[in-house]
Design a protein around this ligand. Sequence first.
Ligand SMILES: [Zn+2]
Length: 273
Amino acid sequence: MAGFWQNFSKLGLGDLEDADLYEEAKVEQKKSETIKEEDFLLDKVVRCPVCDQDSTQKIMKTGKAKLISTDRDLRPKYEHVDFSKYEVYQCACCGYAALAKDFQKLSLKQITMIQEGICSKVVLKRYDDPIYSYEQAVERHQLALACAMVKRARVSEKAYICLKSAWLMRGYAESLEGQGKTAKVKEIRDAERDYLEKAYHGFTKALTEEGFPMCGMNEPTIDYLLAAVALEINQIDDAKRLVSKIMQSTQTNPRAKEKARELKEEILKAEKA
Ligand SMILES: [Zn+2]
């Protein structure tokens, strides 16, 4: 029998008479939303300085992805999306490609060089995925490097593309880890190392020919980057020399000195290993 406490019908609330007084609120089963890489991307229409056509570039939304960490050689790592895949713009019509920051910077002479050396020969694959796969991103970086060679870009620009290509390869290898693809991972890691060596030699050469800022970096940052890359490619003596230069420089701020000190410890560890 219903107790007095349940006598709600006189109040016009009869539907509560059979209700459980202490029923737990039902937690609505939320559909588990899968976080996808494309959620962090947006399309940007860019006019090509070579063929004057518009094409869509996928870029990362500003401030949406969470930065997890930064590798020793300054490669940023974000949650859910590899930033390195989205650093190159490539014209879908003529094949001209460059790092986003350099895409519009072409002289008339360089446009002709790209038309003759790239556009008239390149065979472009068609991709329609909502994200850039690693295969596609690698192709875009290769095209950017080819264009930099053809347009006789500054040494630092070519070195920077090599550094970004090395970071891309690292992300590619990480994406395959634990899948038993040992031979493929080794091939990618070898390519990463090769790009790092090219980046190291390029930036070292650029230091003798170009001023600062270099690729948007000041001298202490370039010195730190070179020291870190030197360590990656096992050029221990160079790494030590560069890190000492940073620590002795009056231009270096305390935070950068602290980073250099940490790097020095890793260099000494690598030396003993
Ligand atoms: Zn174009």
